[in-house]
Design a protein around this ligand. Structure first.
Ligand code: FES
Length: 103
């Protein structure tokens, strides 16, 4: 059953236009801030396993730091012509905590 797990504090969360790596219950997560809205996805790029949390935010996508595949922060789907997808996690804040929903 899915449960909400603390990822970091709101003070550690990335500023708008940035992404970071974090870990919740052993799961590596890329936490991104798109125009003030936090989103969370699997940290490992499906291409060559680069850490997406070290990538950049462009528009509504996180761009992989190694070969620039861009993953939509809402769907996890890579921009064409790439055909890949990363898991996207629901994210919310609760007081000073940022939580992600994990299975
Ligand atoms: S490892 Fe992410 S695009 Fe290659």
């Amino acid at each position: 059953m899915a449960e909400w797990v603390r990822l970091c504090s709101i003070w550690e969360a990335p500023a708008p236009g940035n992404a970071m790596e974090a870990e919740a219950r052993g799961v590596a997560v890329c936490l991104a801030n798109v125009n003030g809205t936090l989103s969370a996805m699997d940290n490992w790029c499906p291409h060559r396993r680069a850490p997406l949390g070290q990538g950049t935010v462009e528009g509504e996508a996180v761009v992989c730091p190694w070969h620039a595949w861009a993953f939509n922060t809402k769907t996890g789907i890579a921009d064409p012509p790439e055909r890949a997808k990363v898991d996207v996690f629901s994210v919310k804040t609760d007081g000073d905590d940022v939580l992600v929903q994990l299975d």
